[in-house]
Design a protein. Structure first.
Length: 173
């Protein structure tokens, strides 16, 4: 999926940003179930409640009792990560690729300058920490809908097909 997004951007650039070229890649569609959509949504950093906090609170089995006592004395604020809202029966995740001619990339010589990715979950545009003007994101600047394609690919570089070693991770020996 990520490779196709990157290749679509580079192909558009090679064609001198001419959208009328009939050979230009228009869209890719990948289908999955909740069990595949939720991990991708999490990996993209969408609905991340720890953004802007001094330290992220990750619930592990050995810390459950401490977490439970804190919740009883001081109930937490509602969370944005609600699995039932993110992956309902007919949920979907869309990554839309846009090219903005006047945008300049902070990275000199970036071949993907001007390309942005907009995430939509269940047909609703959502903000993500990758698009925050301040890195790492803060409570005042938690994120925005459009993230530079280079930032998205850099954040997910370990998942890219040329970096992910399937033999290493899936070998049963």
């Amino acid at each position: 999926m990520l490779r196709e997004i990157r290749e679509a951007a580079l192909s558009y650039k090679r064609n001198n940003f001419n959208i009328s070229n009939s050979g230009l890649h228009r869209a890719s569609f990948w289908f999955g179930h909740a069990e595949t959509i939720l991990p991708v949504t999490t990996l993209l950093g969408l609905f991340n409640d720890s953004v802007g906090k001094e330290e992220s609170e990750i619930l592990y089995a050995d810390g459950f009792n401490g977490w439970l006592s804190r919740v009883r004395t001081s109930p937490p604020l509602p969370t944005t990560f609600r699995a039932g809202h993110i992956i309902p029966f007919a949920g979907n995740l869309v990554l839309e690729l846009y090219h903005c001619l006047n945008e300049i990339s902070p990275q000199v010589g970036d071949p993907l300058a001007g390309f942005f990715v907009l995430p939509r979950v269940n047909n609703q545009t959502v903000a993500w920490p990758l698009a925050s003007l301040v890195q790492p994101p803060t409570s005042k600047s938690p994120g925005a809908p459009f993230a530079p394609l280079s930032s998205v690919l850099n954040h997910l570089k370990a998942c890219m097909p040329d970096a992910y070693n399937e033999e290493k991770h899936c070998n049963l020996d």
